[in-house]
Design a protein around this ligand. Structure first.
Ligand code: ZN
Ligand code: ZN
Length: 236
């Protein structure tokens, strides 16, 4: 694969303001034995699309991309667990052009062949050549697709390199950090319970209440609903 330079990813300004962005068209495809949510976030004006967490079922993802006439410009992983990345190679192979694959560098250990092979017991594909991310999702970076801007927020705890992606005042893709009435597990290698609570309290619960939370598994929710009803996170 010939990687594009990650020109879509530029540092954000110092002040923490939600960057101006259009409202994305959002498609969710539930993929794989562990039922992860793969999201297609699309600029409503240019139909440029960011694919988030292609965990399995590449054919279904590519079919939806073709049916909607989307122009994929990047693939992004909220973290490196196999249920979120295993269809990356097959999706890349099915696109009409090479696009960058972006992940946080602290999850690099999850891209080894050994780590990837753990998914086989659940039926996840293990490609002949495993992808290495070629764009780095560092805290504060911005991902762009047309008029769409996603801000990268490092939210470690579920894994060291877990990130959340904030789209203006519309939504946040929370990966396996925050679920509707739940949080991500921290008992896998690299997990850290104190860190996940810190990430949720300081990086997610400080976002606007009405923001839609699009988690890595299960139904969507809002920041306010979880502040009030999530039994795992104490806010006082
Ligand atoms: Zn995970
Ligand atoms: Zn997961």
């Amino acid at each position: 694969m010939t990687p594009h330079p990650p020109s879509e990813i530029t540092p954000m300004a110092e002040s923490h303001q939600l960057p101006p962005t259009s409202r994305p068209l959002i498609e969710c495809i539930v993929v794989g034995a562990l039922a992860a949510n793969c999201y297609l976030l699309t600029c409503p004006e240019t139909r440029e699309t960011i694919v988030v967490d292609p965990g399995d079922d590449a054919a279904a993802i590519l079919t939806r991309i073709a049916a909607l006439g989307l122009n994929v410009v990047s693939i992004v992983h909220t973290h490196g667990h196999f249920d979120h990345i295993s269809a990356t190679e097959a999706v890349l192979a099915g696109l009409s052009k090479a696009v960058p694959v972006a992940a946080h560098p602290a999850d690099e250990y999850l891209y080894s062949r050994d780590a990837r092979s753990l998914g086989r017991q659940f039926g996840y594909p293990l490609p002949g050549v495993c992808v290495s991310p070629n764009a780095s999702l560092v805290d504060g970076a911005a991902l762009r697709a047309g008029t769409l801007v996603l801000e990268v927020v490092h939210t470690p705890g579920h894994t060291p390199g877990s990130v959340s992606l904030v789209c203006g005042d519309t939504c946040v893709l929370a990966g396996d950090t925050l679920f509707r009435r739940g949080i991500g597990r921290t008992d896998l290698p690299g997990g850290d319970e104190d860190q996940i609570y810190h990430s949720i309290l300081t990086s997610l619960y400080t976002l606007p209440e009405q923001l839609l939370v699009l988690p890595g598994h299960g139904e969507s929710t809002t920041i306010g609903e979880e502040q009030r009803g999530n039994p795992f996170v104490r806010t006082s």
